[in-house]
Design a protein around this ligand. Structure first.
Ligand SMILES: C[S@@+](CC[C@H](N)C(=O)[O-])C[C@H]1O[C@@H](n2cnc3c(N)ncnc32)[C@H](O)[C@@H]1O
Length: 222
């Protein structure tokens, strides 16, 4: 946008309008020290708009990373469970001692981003089902590292990862493709193995889930 219309940078009001028209979001200020900060603010608003107003859950369609996790996690008898990016918090009341965080869904116990969540007590199990999937390799790795830090030794971490496929909204009721500006990180099993190695966790399972080619994997902290 700025390459084709550099004059936008000199006119904050026009820039705000151009951002609104392009991304369907309202940015309060475009007054940033560096263009990267503005890009981050746009990315944040795009995710907020999509997950708050358009995305619909499909938890029941996943064989491994869906309802099957209820019994699996309860059987571990965890004292504290964290659902990272819990969406509509569908496991609330079903998985024991669960806390849900999500910056873009008011059903969460805490509306906070994973990287900004620093509770005093650690967790015995975590879920990150489709929620560590947005942005650069550095951001994804930092989020994984942070999730591991929130765990007690021996904690079990359950993940569902999108291998970079855009959300196909053509088969959904609202087919305006609101997710088109979201970068879905292209997860693959190599990345899962390398990250586990760097973070010093054991891999208990990796497989393709039954729906939308998602990767299901499980780690255990040491
Ligand atoms: C594809 S949805 C999955 C929601 C839910 N886990 C499920 O399986 O139904 C991804 C979720 O991740 C959340 N999310 C996005 N960025 C996040 C972040 N930085 N920290 C925590 N959650 C995030 C979104 O708001 C969204 O609810």
């Amino acid at each position: 946008m700025i390459h084709t219309s550099p004059q936008l940078l000199r006119n904050p009001q026009k820039l705000r309008h151009a951002i609104q028209g392009t991304f369907d979001i309202n940015i309060n200020t475009v007054d940033y020290g560096h263009i990267g900060e503005l890009v981050d603010a746009i990315d944040d608003k795009v995710l907020d708009n999509y997950f708050r107003n358009h995305w619909q859950g499909e938890m029941s369609k996943y064989k491994y990373s869906g309802p099957a996790l209820i019994d699996e996690i309860n059987s571990l008898k965890p004292r504290r469970v964290l659902d990272i990016g819990c969406g509509y918090h569908e496991f609330k009341g079903k998985i024991d001692n669960i806390i849900g965080i999500d910056p873009y869904n008011s059903a969460a116990d805490y509306e906070v981003k994973l990287l900004d969540y620093n509770p005093t007590e650690k967790f015995d199990a975590t879920l990150a089902l489709g929620s560590i999937n947005f942005g650069s390799t550095d951001k994804i790795f930092a989020e994984l590292e942070h999730a591991v830090k929130l765990c007690n030794p021996g904690a079990v971490m359950f993940f569902r990862a999108n291998p970079g496929l855009p959300h196909d909204e053509a088969d959904r009721p609202d087919s305006k493709n609101h997710s088109k500006w979201i970068y879905f990180y292209p997860w693959d099993s190599n990345f899962i193995v390398n990250c586990a190695d760097q973070l010093g966790v054991d891999i208990l399972d990796i497989r393709t889930d039954s729906f939308r080619n998602r990767l299901y994997f499980v780690w255990r902290t040491k």
